[in-house]
Write a protein that binds this ligand. Structure first.
Ligand code: IPD
Ligand code: CA
Ligand code: CA
Length: 262
């Protein structure tokens, strides 16, 4: 295992430890931007704990964290760590145990390692570019369902305007009749990992952020799945659309819904 992955695991565990310390023990819940967009002491302390681990090993690596933004203050490096210290804050705040720490590591703008850790279920999803993806050390691969009619799919809602949310609802209406079911779990990083390991077949969402998808993107691709935008174009964690599938139903999803989602 590379030194990067070793530190990645330590950082995920440090964040996870903070999350479990405050789990079901929050004194207050704040909001940021909109009344739906929650933030807790756990989000903030997790990000600090993660940054401490990264900078204690790599003082010149850049960091982009959801809660504290962009840090390239300690000298430049080709590495940038993209951190979601708590993905699934709404679940977490309600003691629903679907939440995770998500960290992607870029080298010269390419994600080379990624990890997503759910400390409640002790599930650690990891990928290194070119080396596959694993769940708690065991290699994972996506499902083999070859048609949408066999699929269990998941989507997510951004913290957004009523118009965007209406659009999300109408998208679900379109997809629902073609698949076994549509879920909304509330943690995008886990949605991606669940596609990677075959629990789910498709994940789509609009208006996510790089910290939601950087790690999960690599985990899906290294597991053997596919990630693009809604119409099959190159995916970017900095873009607006993510479509992740087991690979086998990717084209069918795009043909059936790609343009309708635009
Ligand atoms: C959110 C979750 C959710 C997704 C939202 C994200 P947060 O992240 O991943 O599933 O639908 O768009 O913002 O705020 O819990 O880190
Ligand atoms: Ca998130
Ligand atoms: Ca978050």
């Amino acid at each position: 295992m590379s030194e990067i992955t070793d530190v990645l695991i330590k950082a995920l565990e440090a964040g996870g430890e903070v999350l479990m310390r405050h789990y079901a023990a929050l004194d207050s819940i704040e909001t940021k931007g909109s009344a739906k967009n929650l933030v807790t002491v756990a989000d903030k302390q997790s990000e600090e704990a993660i940054k401490d681990v990264i900078w204690s090993h790599f003082p010149n690596h850049s960091i982009l964290g959801e809660e504290t933004g962009s840090h390239a203050l300690r000298g430049s490096s080709d590495f940038r760590w993209i951190i979601d210290p708590l993905d699934g804050t709404t679940n977490y705040a309600h003691t629903m145990p679907l939440f995770a720490v998500s960290i992607g590591v870029e080298f010269k703008g390419e994600v080379v390692a990624g990890g997503v850790f759910n400390p409640y279920y002790k599930e650690l999803f990891l990928a290194e570019r070119g080396s596959g993806a694993a769940l708690n050390g065991t290699p994972i691969r996506p499902s083999r369902n070859a048609t949408l009619s066999q699929c269990l799919v998941v989507t997510g809602f951004p913290y957004d305007t009523p118009e965007v949310l209406q659009r999300c609802l109408s998208e679900i209406g379109k997809v629902l009749t073609h698949v076994h079911g549509v879920l909304r779990l509330g943690a995008a990083a886990l949605d991606l990992c669940y596609v990677a390991c075959g629990r789910l077949d498709v994940f789509w969402q609009r208006n996510l952020y790089p910290w939601d998808t950087a790690a999960g993107w690599l985990i899906v691709e290294e597991a053997g799945g596919k990630v693009t935008d809604f119409t099959g174009g190159q995916f970017s964690p900095f873009g607006n659309e993510v479509l992740a599938t087991n690979g086998l139903v990717h084209e069918e999803f795009i043909q059936s819904f790609g343009n309708a989602l635009r």
